[in-house]
Design a protein around this ligand. Sequence first.
Ligand SMILES: [Mg+2]
Length: 309
Amino acid sequence: MPRLDRALGAVIGSAVGDALGAPFEFGPEGAFSARFPTAGHGGEMCGGGGWEPGEATDDTQMAVLVGESLVECGGLELPDVFRRFQRWAAAEPKDIGLQTEAVLGSGDPWDLAAALHFQTSQRAAGNGALMRAATSGVYFAPLGRDGTMDAGRRLAALTHGDRAAWEGTAILHELLRVALAGDDPLAAVPESLTAVHPDHRDRYATVLAPAWHPDLATEFNGAVWPCLGSAVWALRTTSSYEDAVRAAVDLGGDTDTVAAVTGALAGAVHGVGAVPERWTDVLHVPLPGFGGRVLRTADLAALTRLLGS
Ligand SMILES: [Mg+2]
């Protein structure tokens, strides 16, 4: 499979997972399958909870902002990414993470805002940096393991002061890099853990172990560890893009983000051809703060090509 198909799968697959999961956010386990018992029958992009059918949420909106900054700046310009996030947050998107909102609205400089918030809150290990990693995962993959993991950490640190969020985002970047190269990201987990900060290695080793199951999570899946663990579990226990994101949404809880992370991985592994057209046809990504733009699947594909593959 051409590398481009995997890159498109990561970016579009993540957005589709986000839109598919959004109506089920904070719902119970199994709600998706209860409503859509048979795979492949359509109608799953159902909307609800304030979301239109196929409408992607903050996860994808922020991933697009990251991707467009990387393309337009020709590289990682963290102050530019932060400014785009601020502009977006000020336009009152339908959803925004509590912590992301606090950091972006703090008035503190880009390189201090997340750290200052963490000092006072001590709670910053949400999945809000993990959820927006598909575009940067594609862009930085050519740098190799250490380069892509470092970029992932720095992007996460813009809004999340807790190193746990940096390390989780770094691992996801590395697993995407492996998948984009056509290799098995599941087989790369042990190797990727060796590049994780030692203070955080054990906790990620636990949730990424083959025997781990989302029922074993010790936090809500809005936290970075079970979110990443659940996405990897969904990839490991299925053999198609569709089944992977279905399993992710069926976990309940923070369904849009767990499915966005799952969709990035499963899209990179199975390729964009595995992402059902009945889902990409209705996918759309409003971008508050940026002149009323609404990106469709073709726009995400164009962005992905510019990110390089
Ligand atoms: Mg969301």
